[in-house]
Design a protein around this ligand. Structure first.
Ligand SMILES: *Cc1c(COP(=O)(O)O)cnc(C)c1O
Length: 481
């Protein structure tokens, strides 16, 4: 039977017992064994973030005249963020729900800017290094941009300025660089890209979602960090998440503009209906004050010295991890990472088996599928919670590589793999997808313990096909139950 609303409201204890029971299956991250999804600065930051979040959960960010405290917290966080990334007097920004929203808003501003200033552009284009985050593809999908993808340097994994310049057309509006890219943790040549953008009259967005907050601290802690912020000529906007390496609860990011005039294009206003006047800086209209208050609280709780210390810790742990992994036969760290995240590939056992073996041992790592010339690999994001876990992690990884060596590819994978060439994504019905999923061990929307066979298949599928299959799968798992 499907779940139903209780006829009588439940007792408070009963509700929380149920929620605790539900949560018992989730990723257990407090022990520092998760190397993705979680950015943990310890129990004090967690407690303060949660307290501020619940204090402001019910306040509504829709209307700054009714809740001036939310306007004040946002403006204070923007002042801190812009000072951090060397904005000037005319710079401005907006607090958003996450990196995706920050990126969508920067792209929306770019589209409106082009409509106002380059009316001859019919279909706006954005130029992306192939390492740019999926959020740009999502923004293009929502906003009607064409994406132009440019290969990166095979060894450094950084954007190639000459190739980016060659991709500019008379329809180009926006160029993008990452600082750093999520997949490999390398920083694109922001200065060279900024010069191209300036010369060609383009907007230039630096995606510093993951790195923007911590990079200045890593630099102060002794790392070599190239300029990536508003000190670089040509950079017109930057996205920077707080809910990653500022360690605030999720739902917190900022999009920043060199000039408030560009942000003007981001704002939506509607006085053209029967109800209250709507003026929205970002995508949401009614919105909880919780994430903003939590972000304000955690940034103030950790403070400048606190972030510097956390940065030193993750920097050392990252270097030890990279050295340890380079010392394991068959594994290779990709590129020359600039941040406390990186990826490694294997020329021996399958990385998907390695990830499964790590999971068996209680460690969460993130497999990344093959793309173009880029082989499948494993991504690690190192956060303060991982810092004391370097040695046990490496020991588990050595064991996992050995265990994975003994594992063979699934025969189902070979069978499906043979048929892939003849499958057309556009005529793949839910039934065909269901059959394929059943062969891979996905039953009633539940995934098997070991994900290697599924990853192996997704890994060899062309993106259009895996996207269709995953959409069909998600369409199925999100259902009344
Ligand atoms: C995480 C990330 C994003 C997307 O941010 P969300 O907060 O997940 O929406 C965009 N760009 C980069 C580089 C990221 O690491």
């Amino acid at each position: 039977m499907k779940h139903q609303i209780p006829s009588q409201g439940l007792q408070e204890e009963a509700i929380f017992e149920r929620l605790e029971a539900y949560r018992s299956q989730d990723l257990d991250w407090r022990g520092g064994q998760a190397f993705a999804y979680i950015y943990d600065a310890g129990r004090r930051a967690e407690k303060i973030g949660k307290k501020a979040s619940s204090m402001y959960l019910t306040e509504n960010g829709l209307d700054p005249t009714s809740f001036p405290s939310l306007l004040r917290m946002e403006n204070e966080l923007l002042a801190i963020s812009l000072a951090h990334l060397q904005g000037g007097e005319s710079s401005a920004g907006t607090f958003t729900s996450g990196g995706t929203e920050s990126i969508m808003l920067a792209c929306k501003s770019a589209r409106e800017w082009a409509r106002a200033n380059k009316p001859e552009i019919a279909t706006p284009e954005m130029i992306l290094p192939e390492t740019a985050h999926a959020a740009f593809h999502k923004a293009a999908h929502y906003l009607g941009f064409k994406t132009v993808m440019v290969p990166v340097n095979k060894d450094t994994l950084r954007a190639v300025p000459e190739a980016m310049a060659a991709a500019v057309t008379d329809q180009t509006v926006l160029m993008v660089g990452s600082s750093p890219s999520y997949a490999h943790g390398v920083i694109d040549p922001i200065e060279a890209l900024g010069a191209i953008a300036q010369e060609r009259g383009l907007l230039f967005h630096v995606d510093a979602c993951v790195g923007g907050w911590l990079l200045p601290y890593l630099k102060r802690a002794g790392a070599e960090v190239p300029a990536f912020d508003f000190s670089v000529a040509g950079v017109t906007s930057i996205s920077m998440d707080l809910h990653k390496y500022a360690f605030t609860p999720k739902g917190a990011s900022v999009v920043l503009y060199r000039d408030a005039a560009l942000r003007h294009h981001q704002i939506f206003a509607c006085d053209n209906w029967t109800g209250y006047t709507v003026v929205n800086m970002a995508v949401q209209s009614s919105k909880s004050g919780g994430p903003l208050a939590a972000a304000w609280a955690v940034v103030h709780a950790i403070g400048d010295e606190g972030y510097l210390q956390l940065a030193s810790g993750v920097r050392e742990a990252t270097e030890s991890l990279m050295a340890g992994i380079a010392g394991i036969e068959g594994l290779r760290v990709l590129g020359n990472p600039d941040f406390c995240m990186f990826a490694f590939e294997s020329d021996g056992p399958s990385v998907f088996h390695i990830a499964d073996e790590m999971k068996v041992r209680g460690w969460h790592v993130q497999p990344q599928h093959r793309f173009g010339d880029h082989k499948e690999n494993i991504h690690l994001s190192i956060h303060p919670g991982n810092v004391t876990k370097v040695e046990p992690f490496l020991a588990a990884l050595r064991e996992s590589v050995e265990a994975a060596r003994a594992l063979q590819p699934s025969p189902v994978v070979a069978m499906i793999g043979d048929q892939l060439g003849s499958i057309d994504a556009s005529d793949l019905g839910p039934e065909a997808v269901g059959n394929m999923m059943a062969m891979l061990g996905v039953k009633d929307g539940a995934l098997p313990e070991r994900l290697a066979p599924i990853n192996e298949i997704l890994n060899i599928m062309p993106p259009k096909l895996s996207e269709e299959i995953l959409k069909t799968f998600f369409n199925d798992i999100f259902k009344p139950a």
